[in-house]
Design a protein around this ligand. Structure first.
Ligand SMILES: *[C@@H]1O[C@H](CO)[C@@H](O)[C@H](O)[C@H]1NC(C)=O
Length: 175
């Protein structure tokens, strides 16, 4: 019984890949994050291409993941795809434009890397970021927010905000 729980715990933590939308073009500063994402799912921020860079972080270095940055609304089209090849994180940025979605898949497993311009994960598999990390490192759980409050938080991230920019009504969400 206990061994089974340990094994389930190991399997769970081994797949803790986090997908980051960054306010900046170089994968730094404030970000909104889909934490613990499974492969071949979309982390999306809706219809607009609003983030200049995205990152896949927490990759086990013995995995080779095809990391995908999307545009056109959630994960509709692929702007850039890059294999991790032993790196523990991958930054996707490009002077050609911004991003509305992020995803990843295993190379040579489940599906082949998708060439740029082809469509990505189906829209119905899309989830929104559940975590906001501000420029001063403050983290907020944004999973349960209604749309207005959620958009307020994304505005703070896009402005590279810090915890002092967060209205007091959201203090309870701080992690
Ligand atoms: C992409 O990010 C790297 C750092 O991770 C940075 O040096 C480079 O200038 C960025 N490229 C663009 C187009 O912003």
């Amino acid at each position: 019984m206990q061994l089974i729980h340990v094994l389930i715990g190991l399997v769970g933590s081994a797949s803790a890949v986090d997908l980051y939308f960054h306010h900046s073009g170089d994968c730094s500063g404030a970000s909104s994050v889909c934490s613990n994402m499974s492969p071949d799912r979309c982390c999306g921020v809706g219809r607009r291409d609003i983030y200049p860079s995205v990152a896949v972080r927490g990759i086990p270095t013995n995995w080779n993941l095809n990391c995908r940055g999307h545009f056109g609304g959630d994960c509709l089209f692929i702007r850039k795809a890059q294999n991790s090849n032993g790196a523990n994180w991958v930054c996707l940025n490009d002077s050609t434009g911004w991003y509305s979605g992020i995803g990843y898949g295993f190379v040579n497993k489940k599906r082949e890397p998708v060439p740029a311009g082809e469509t990505g994960a189906p829209q119905e598999e899309c989830v929104k970021p559940d975590l906001a990390i501000l420029a001063d490192g403050a983290q907020y759980d944004i999973a349960g927010l209604d749309e207005d409050a959620y958009n307020k938080f994304l505005d703070i991230v896009e402005a590279n905000g810090v915890s002092a920019d967060v209205p007091a009504e959201f203090d309870a969400l701080r992690k």
